[in-house]
Every structure is written in C-alpha cells, then in structure tokens.
Design a protein around this ligand. Structure first.
Ligand SMILES: [Fe+2]
Length: 355
C-alpha cells in the first residue's frame, strides 16, 4: 500500500479475495460457489489427451446463456444451417463428390437421462438402406455439450459461461481420442480455430456442379479462428456480428448455402443472437426434434429447486469424467445407446442411467 507509512501494519490486515482455480486442458477453471461445496476438479476425458490432440478457442456471444446452450444441444439444425442448400434448390442437385448417403432432414431425437445430465441420439434414416446415422451427444449439466465427428475419435463441443443476462462467453473445444492408443486414428483433430477443409467433399469445377455444392470448396472454417473470426483485442468479439449483420452474402445465400455466412459457429451465433438478447419464449413453438431441449429445461428447473433446498445438483459428481461423443452408422433395428455405449464412455466409466 504505497500511501501507508513504511511501519504501518495495514498490509498485514488486508487480503485480496480470489476464487479457487484449476488449470487443465488449456483452460483456467474458476469455482465461484461456497467452498464447502467445491466439486472435484473438472477432469473431463478431453482434458487428458496430449495437448497436440486438442484445441480450444473462445468467443463472445451476444445473447442469453440459455439461448446459446439450447442452440448447442439442438442437432436438427445441422443439416440446414451448416450443410444445407438454399431452400428452393432441389435435392436432385446432389452431385458427384457429395457423400453417398442420403440422410433424412428430420431426425428422431431420443434422450437417455443420466446422473450428469443426458446422452441423446439424433437419429437420421438413410434412404434406400436398412441403416441409420446416429449422432450421440452428451449434455453435462449445466453448461457442457459433447459431440463427435464420425467414428475416428474426433470430438468437439462447447462450454457456455454467462457474462450477464444478454452476453455469454462460448468456449469451443476439440479433441482427438486414440483408443487404444496403438490403434491411432488417421484423422486429424478438427481444430476449432483455423480454416478446416478436411471434411469438405471434393467437388469438380464445371457448369454441371450444383451451385450449392461449390460452397464445400470454400475455406469455411468453424468461425472461431483468433485474429480472423475472433477479435482477441476486443474481449473475443466475433468479427462477424449483429452490428455488421454477420457480413451476410445474399448472393451466396441465394445460390449456394443456406445462411450466406461462412463458418459453422458463426452461423450458430447469427441464429442464436438474432433471436434477441433474451428471446421471447412466449412466441416459440416446440417441435418433435426439440425433445432434448425440453428435457434440458425441465432438468435445469429441477436442479435450481434442488440447490435451493440445499441439495446437490446433477453434474457435480465426477461421473462425467469419461464421457465422449460418438457418431456411427447402425442397423435400423439395434438400440443405438447400447450399441454405442462402449464408445460413449471411456473405459472404467461408472454412469448411472436415470430411471
Ligand atoms: Fe450448430
């Protein structure tokens, strides 16, 4: 204390309070609750892979925390917002280079409640086959999503931390699981920062290529690259944001992509933020694919009451340590959760499935 005399004992009586922190997985985690309730460290499976097999970015979202969370839980929008063509372009415009599988645009969503939140499957029938694509996500309460990119061990997901009622910091992570390590996947991690073209189908040039498919050749990235998509000097503000209308390209939107906005997570932000800082829920209509979101809302309300009554909410006990996302093609007649269970939970996981 420079204004105090040297012999003053003022410095011995004043303490600067600080929250306990824990550093793992490239993140500084802070615990803001009562000390006697401090949970086990956040040793998610993705934090335990070598640093070169994981990546992390963050970006300021200008919307309410629940809006961002629900957008992340939802799976149905993927086929439209992220990989869809303009609404009036025909399905027959699928061209060479596009994955062979013709996935249904209306997934069945099945929720498996667990002691940490839920696991849920976005199930898409594959036309002209007796198989279906199952994208299994986890929601670890209250603010983590886990998803997979196919069967090669590539995982991703988000964490959302409220800044205030109308602003949220979104953390975007990716990880590559090699299990067992000697059977390392050939796939590269899907880095959240950077221009990612690894999954883009190869499309030949020429007048016969469907216009919307040409987008696949664009370096669309995930929309989270520091210095490009995210202005780190302005508290991780998205460079495409509501103020500049996400620099939407209407011509691109008319002829090639559903949104006219490049970058997967930029597309997410545009949709979640343009609902308003706090969306008017009285205007919404929930459909069958909103099953997981309905479940999440009920679980959050129940958890609030549990905490108010002095109890422990879900997601505190470290049963989530071994959780992974997974996506697979399965025969139509099998139980997806049982079939994928060994992939959804790392070895040694003890997860209670809620009744
Ligand atoms: Fe999305």
């Amino acid at each position: 204390m420079p204004s105090e005399p040297e012999e003053s004992n003022f410095k011995d009586k004043v303490r600067i309070p600080a929250y306990p922190t824990y550093e793992v997985g490239g993140v500084v985690w802070a615990y803001l609750g009562p000390l006697d309730k401090k949970p086990a460290p956040p040793l998610f499976a993705w934090t335990q892979v070598p640093p070169e097999q994981r990546a992390m970015s963050k970006v300021w979202q200008q919307c309410n925390w629940l809006q961002a969370l629900e957008g992340g839980i939802d799976t149905a929008h993927t086929a439209f917002l992220h990989s869809g063509r303009p609404p009036l372009l025909r399905a027959a415009d699928r061209a060479a280079g596009r994955p062979e599988r013709d996935l249904s645009l209306s997934p069945t969503v099945e929720v498996v409640p667990t002691d940490y939140g839920f696991c849920y499957g976005g199930i898409r029938e594959i036309a002209d086959t007796s198989t279906r694509d199952v994208r299994a996500y986890h929601w670890i309460m209250p603010f983590h999503s886990f998803l997979a990119y196919g069967e090669n061990g590539g995982n991703g997901g988000h964490m959302w931390v409220p800044m205030d009622d109308e602003n949220t910091m979104g953390y975007n992570r990716s990880a590559l699981f090699k299990d067992p390590p000697e059977e390392a996947s050939l796939g590269a991690p899907r880095w959240q920062g950077g221009q990612q073209e690894a999954e883009a189908p190869r499309v030949t040039d020429g007048p016969d290529a469907a216009l919307w498919l040409r987008d696949a050749r664009l370096p669309v990235g995930n929309g989270n690259e520091f210095g490009v998509d995210v202005d780190v000097t302005r508290n991780f503000r998205s460079t495409r944001n509501a103020d500049n209308r996400y620099l939407i390209d209407r011509e691109l939107q008319r002829t090639q992509t559903y949104s006219g906005i490049p970058g997967t997570n930029t597309q997410d932000r545009a949709i979640q933020e343009s609902m308003g800082g706090i969306a008017d829920r009285t205007l919404e209509r929930l459909g069958t694919t909103d099953r997981a979101i309905i479940h999440a809302r009920r679980a959050l309300l129940k958890a609030v009451r549990t905490v108010q009554d002095g109890g422990e909410p879900p997601g505190v006990a470290p049963t989530y340590y071994k959780v992974r996302g997974y996506q697979a093609t399965l025969p139509t007649n099998v139980n997806w959760f049982e079939a994928m269970r060994a992939k959804l939970y790392d070895r040694g996981a003890r997860v209670e499935i809620a009744p």
